[in-house]
Each structure stands twice: as structure tokens, then as C-alpha cells.
Design a protein around this ligand. Structure first.
Ligand SMILES: C[S@@+](CC[C@H](N)C(=O)[O-])C[C@H]1O[C@@H](n2cnc3c(N)ncnc32)[C@H](O)[C@@H]1O
Length: 175
């Protein structure tokens, strides 16, 4: 049984005081609020059934991967660039589901039903370059949950939006 208060406490323990310990233009682990994440993921999952695969691009210690798997039954995975975060995800029982991969080098965005990202870049140009590539790589009909996006996905259907948070669906037809 998943204990959300325990996950919140774990996220608080891992919160980075500054930016990424590895990349100068990126954030370190700062967890998105779990209640807000549940709201966004519920919108995404309800949007098109059946939604199966979920990726957290810049997943930190993997708490959102765990929630997507254990509360929503998704085939969930995550990637992050900081080894200690990925090791902690392994201790959470996410070994094999969370991998040490740079979001700029990941080649599997087109295989996901739902891609979730919070940042991960602190520099607007780096974030915009990442988002542009992500938008192009995602498959038609798939859902993007974005926290702090720099670009609005142009021509995508907006399913939910509050400042700095959105859920969008990539159009299935061109034009
Ligand atoms: C703001 S935290 C979000 C953590 C988690 N997704 C959440 O919503 O609670 C951003 C995460 O992105 C990771 N990150 C930053 N740059 C990255 C990159 N180039 N490739 C993979 N992960 C990256 C950081 O290590 C950090 O864990």
C-alpha cells in the first residue's frame, strides 16, 4: 500500500538546496507537490483510454514513477542524470524502471502514452530546446504533462491549464 505522506517526507529529505549537482543549466531534485501531480495525472489518464505507458523525464528519486505505477496502474518509467537519485529509486523498488539517462539523449519519447516533466532545465534556452525536441518526438495522440514549461505546444489540445502547469494532447492529424 502506497503511503503518500512517507513519499512526501522522502522527497523533502532529498530536496537539493541549490541547482543540479551535475549540470550547470539544470535543476537538482525539487519534487513537484504530490497533490498537484495527482490532479494532472488524473486528467491525463482520463483523457484517452487505455493509457498505459508513462515516463517522468527528469524523475529524481522516482516518487512520481511509483505513484503512476501503484496508484494508476501505468507501465511507468523514469530517467534522470544524477546517479544517487537513480540509486534511491532502486531502493524504492523501481530498479529497472528508472534509468540513468540524459533527457536530451533519450530515444523513447515516441513510445510513451504520457510524458511528464517538471523542468528539468533552469536555463530557458536549454529548456526550450528540450521541449522542442520532446514535442517533435512524442507520438500523435499522446499526452504531455508539463510543469514550468517554456513553450506552449503549438496546435496541441489543452486538456487542463493553471499557471505553470498544463496537460496537452498532441494532435492525431496534421494541419
Ligand atoms: C525539478 S526536479 C523534478 C523531479 C520529479 N520529476 C518531480 O516532479 O517531483 C528535476 C529533475 O530533473 C533532473 N534533470 C535535470 N537535468 C536533467 C537531464 N539533462 N537529464 C535527465 N534528468 C535531468 C534533475 O536531476 C532532477 O531530479
Amino acid at each position: 500500500m502506497i503511503d503518500l505522506r512517507e513519499l512526501e517526507a522522502l522527497e523533502a529529505r532529498w530536496k537539493e538546496p541549490g541547482d543540479s549537482p551535475l549540470l550547470p543549466d539544470a535543476y537538482g531534485f525539487q519534487a513537484f507537490r504530490i497533490p498537484d501531480f495527482l490532479r494532472l495525472l488524473a486528467v491525463a489518464v482520463m483523457a484517452v483510454a487505455p493509457m498505459r505507458s508513462f515516463l517522468d523525464a527528469g524523475c529524481g528519486i522516482g516518487t512520481k514513477v511509483l505513484i503512476a505505477r501503484d496508484m494508476f496502474g501505468l507501465d511507468a518509467a523514469g530517467i534522470d542524470v544524477v546517479p544517487s537519485y537513480v540509486e534511491e529509486a532502486g531502493r524504492l523498488g523501481l530498479g529497472g524502471m528508472v534509468a540513468l539517462v540524459d533527457v536530451r539523449e533519450f530515444g523513447g519519447y515516441g513510445e510513451q502514452d504520457i510524458v511528464y516533466c517538471y523542468g528539468p532545465f533552469r536555463e530557458p534556452d536549454a529548456q526550450a530546446a528540450f521541449e522542442k525536441r520532446l514535442h517533435a518526438a512524442m507520438r500523435p495522440g499522446s499526452i504531455l504533462i508539463a510543469v514550468m514549461p517554456t513553450l506552449k505546444p503549438r496546435g496541441w489540445e489543452c486538456l487542463f491549464r493553471v499557471p505553470w502547469q498544463g496537460v496537452w494532447r498532441k494532435p492525431t492529424e496534421r494541419g
